[in-house]
Design a protein around this ligand. Structure first.
Ligand code: APR
Length: 231
């Protein structure tokens, strides 16, 4: 019997309990930084040192963080389900918790890419990426991140995963950033949708069960419910 296909659409909230700040909550990153200064290609053109420093700070936070109970509950579901994690997060906490199929829609902070050839992506050994760090072609390396105003090349793959889901779980995302937020509308008509978030999140036209609590508590409970229902 084929195992049920579970797709997890995650955002910054799933890593909040690992000490990584979200973007739009009170005291979120965008309270302290202006997107136009640190998260657009224009910002990188204008002041690359400022942008690189911003990502160094975030990379240090990620390197010092550890997966939490939500990441672990998601990874453990691979025992009973084919699990695809489609994340907007640039941290590697899903992988560190043991998830084997993770698609990073908005890039990965522990990688950098060539400013001459975007397909040339390298792993970063540590927390720092600076001016003068060059790709093998001799051009400046930039964070391997999808900035505002840039294409999201993995969207078609993400949409096709959601279109094949038997169950969709949305955890820790405000669903305010497109095209990622539109993925919930790719779920098949019969596919149950579960939301794990202590706050309210709007999904116009989508019926969903709201597990209104933090991911560290809500995800283990939802995982038990899914096993009891499908496994
Ligand atoms: N557990 C679960 N959810 C949480 C928790 C928690 N402990 N803490 C906060 N949340 C929820 C908030 O209620 C909110 O709905 O997580 C969500 C965080 O929303 P955002 O800060 O908007 O983050 P996200 O949706 O991931 O942002 C999307 O925007 O800034 C860009 O590229 C960046 O990938 C990011 C994208």
């Amino acid at each position: 019997m084929e195992r049920p296909r579970l797709v997890i659409l995650s955002g910054a909230g799933v890593s909040a309990e690992s000490g990584i700040r979200t973007f739009r909550d009170s005291d979120g990153l965008w309270d302290q930084y202006r997107i136009e200064d640190v998260a657009t290609p224009q910002a990188f053109g204008r002041d690359p040192a400022l942008v690189l420093h911003f990502y160094d700070l975030r990379r240090t936070q990620v390197l010092n963080a550890r997966p939490n109970a939500a990441h672990e509950a998601i990874a453990a579901l691979e025992d009973n389900f084919t699990v695809d994690v489609v994340t907007q997060n640039i941290d590697d906490l899903h992988e560190r918790a043991g998830s084997s199929r993770v698609l990073h829609l908005h890039g990965e902070i522990r990688k950098a890419r060539s400013t001459r050839d975007p397909a040339l992506v390298v792993d970063l050994p540590g927390a720092h990426l600076g001016l003068g760090d060059l790709c093998p072609l001799g051009s400046q390396l930039r964070p391997h991140i999808v900035w505002f105003g840039e294409e999201v090349p993995l969207m078609p793959r993400a949409a096709s995963l959601v279109e094949q889901a038997d169950v969709l779980v949305v955890v820790g995302t405000s669903l305010q950033v497109y095209p990622a937020a539109g993925l919930v509308h790719h779920a098949p008509p019969h596919c149950p949708v579960h939301l794990v978030d202590p706050g309210d999140v709007h999904m116009p036209g989508v019926r969903f069960n709201h597990w209104k609590e933090k991911a560290g508590e809500g995800m283990p409970k939802l995982a038990a419910f899914l096993r009891a229902t499908y496994a």
